[in-house]
Design a protein around this ligand. Structure first.
Ligand code: HEC
Length: 150
């Protein structure tokens, strides 16, 4: 294989990888049914809980990965609440769709804070990293207080 073919293969591989990523994102964006949306967001929330519990003990690449997961989760979160998708065991409250802008804004705050945590983890700034985790915990609670029933 010449260098040029290797390069061509590498480019093709990258293109395939990005196509794969956008297909995944598309699947994430549109759960086909309310049942699928509830299952997807409860799984996402469990991931949030697990990450947040362990994040304080992490450093370096593990801390970065934890913050990246939260950035992704907060980005996807509003997309997993299609209108009036309350079925089965869902604890979502109808007020979510009356105040969807407020609901999405809380997720956006979480995303911004997780990005700050990611930057702090990359910089090895332990104090800023700890601050971000604490603030993220507050953001989870803020949303649950208004938008989750029990
Ligand atoms: C923008 C609002 C919002 C934010 C931010 C948010 N949550 Fe939630 N969370 C919800 C709602 C609404 C539910 C109920 C979903 C359902 O049952 O349909 C929920 C459910 C949960 C659950 C229960 C999941 C299950 O299996 O039933 C856990 C655990 C959870 N959240 C953890 C977190 C953590 C940790 C964070 C922060 C890192 C967080 N959430 C951020 C709105 C939010």
């Amino acid at each position: 294989m010449t260098l040029r073919t290797i390069a061509a293969f590498a480019v093709a591989g990258l293109m395939l990888a990005s196509v794969g990523a956008s297909v995944l994102a598309a699947e994430f964006v549109a759960p086909a049914t309310p049942e699928a949306a509830v299952a997807a967001r409860q799984a996402l929330m469990k991931s949030n809980g697990g990450v947040l519990r362990s994040a304080g003990n992490l450093t370096g690449a593990e801390a970065e990965a934890a913050m990246q997961t939260l950035v992704d989760n907060f980005t996807h979160l509003p997309l997993l609440f299609p209108k009036d998708s309350i079925v089965g065991e869902s604890e979502a409250l109808p007020v979510i769709w009356e105040k969807f802008d407020d609901f999405a804004a809380i997720a956006m705050t979480g995303k911004t804070t997780a990005e700050a945590g990611l930057a702090a983890a990359k910089a090895g700034d332990n104090a800023a990293y700890a601050d971000a985790i604490k603030a993220i915990g507050g953001t989870c609670g803020q949303c649950h207080q208004s938008f989750r029933g029990h």
